[in-house]
Design a binder for this molecule. Structure first.
Ligand SMILES: NC(=O)c1ccc[n+]([C@@H]2O[C@H](COP(=O)([O-])OP(=O)(O)OC[C@H]3O[C@@H](n4cnc5c(N)ncnc54)[C@H](OP(=O)(O)O)[C@@H]3O)[C@@H](O)[C@H]2O)c1
Length: 354
């Protein structure tokens, strides 16, 4: 018996996540039959390479989902909200990387290392993949939770500009080219004045020579949408509706790979040696933790790799149930395209053998 190779559509193939997805499809074991590339009318007719062959980008239309078994949605929230139900109504299983369905109770939110079983129950025909900040920390926290029982997370992020898509990367590159080699960064507001109108920048303040403590939109009572997303998504994936989470999300001038400083508090007292053992053997995690020897994860070393890297693991000085750690994960790989690809490959395995 051989497996029927299901057909695949990549919706948003021309975007930041779409580009990484095309690389992953060329690198992973090939479980797919036909692969269609789809984007907006702006990109229709463009040629992109996937699995070593050129393929023409199609415009997103209802007909584009004819004979498509699985569709990966790597598009803005509004596009997913409109088109994922249309694809699902045609019998296509949708794996959605946007925020449109993540908190829908009828849509599973899946991290294959933590809750793979959830991907099989999909009343709306849609499976959601978490936000890149959630994904950059949850694989490590989930492994510790399985033994110690997590009760609270206090998280500060150092987020890469590609978290804001192609426009984020373009804004950082443009701003860096304007400030490089200048004396800027020594007087209040001088960087902002030199950059003038940061037209097209998705950031609320200059991101070159700066850090920006605001990601997403206003979500009420001073919180940003990105901060609340970490809270709600960690609760849903870990199935811990009362998990206490306080996140502060900050953009930094890094192209790709989100970093996070995490204070995790557990139900049980922490043996730090055991925490090291768990992290050293957890699927999808690399423990890199000899700070005296300069061994700790940084975005410039982690970028382009698949796992969540963890370092600076130490027991909280004033709380025997607390653990401090520093995590780095490539927001375009595990934080987005890789997690979507892993979910899709598990769905592909459901297709009948013929
Ligand atoms: N960047 C991250 O780190 C990250 C992580 C996790 C999740 N996500 C989510 O993943 C999704 C894609 O993000 P991204 O960073 O790849 O964005 P991006 O670089 O801006 O790319 C957006 C993609 O969506 C397509 N698109 C836009 N409007 C469309 C329309 N009306 N019809 C069809 N296609 C349309 C674009 O096609 P054209 O080229 O034709 O415009 C492009 O392929 C977003 O929902 C984002 O929130 C991103």
């Amino acid at each position: 018996m051989t497996a029927r190779r299901p057909s695949l559509a990549v919706v948003g193939a021309t975007g930041a996540i779409g580009g990484v997805m095309l690389q992953i499809l060329s690198q992973h074991a090939d479980v797919w039959g036909e692969v269609k590339l789809i984007a907006s009318p702006r990109s229709a007719g463009r040629k992109l390479v996937v699995r070593g062959e050129e393929s023409e980008v199609l415009e997103l239309t209802e007909d584009a989902f004819d004979d498509v078994d699985v569709a990966l949605f790597l598009v803005p929230d509004a596009v997913s909200a409109q088109w994922a139900p249309i694809a699902a109504a045609k019998g296509t299983v949708v794996i959605d990387d946007s925020a449109a369905f993540r908190l829908d109770p009828d849509v599973p939110l899946v991290v294959p290392e933590i809750n793979p079983h959830a991907a099989r129950i999909r009343p709306r025909g849609i499976v959601a993949s978490p936000n890149c900040t959630t994904l950059s920390l949850i694989v490590a926290v989930g492994a510790l939770h399985a033994e110690f029982g997590v009760r609270e997370l206090v998280v500060s992020s150092y987020q890469a500009v590609s978290g804001a898509g192609r426009d984020g990367v373009a804004a950082l590159r443009e701003q860096l080219s304007m400030v490089a080699g200048t004396e800027l960064g020594t007087q209040p507001g001088d960087v902002r004045r030199a950059l003038g109108d940061t037209d097209g920048s998705p950031f609320a303040a200059p991101v070159a020579l700066n850090v920006v403590p605001w990601a997403g939109t206003e979500a009420g009572e001073g919180w940003s949408s990105e901060e609340l997303a970490i809270r709600e998504e960690c609760r849903k994936v870990l199935d811990l509706p009362s998990l206490r989470v306080a996140a502060t999300c900050v953009y930094v001038p890094v192209v790709a790979t989100h970093s996070m400083s995490v204070h995790a508090r557990f139900e049980n007292e922490i043996a730090v040696d055991r925490a090291h053992e768990i992290l050293a053997t957890a699927p999808g995690v690399v423990l890199y933790d000899s700070p005296g020897a300069g061994d700790f994860p940084t975005p410039s070393d982690v970028v382009g790799t698949d796992p969540t890297w963890v370092g600076r693991v130490r027991r909280s000085l004033d709380d025997p149930r607390g653990l401090e750690l520093f995590v780095c994960g490539d927001n375009l790989r595990k934080g987005a395209a890789l997690n979507v690809a892993q979910i899709a490959e598990s769905v592909a395995a459901e297709f009948p053998r013929v």
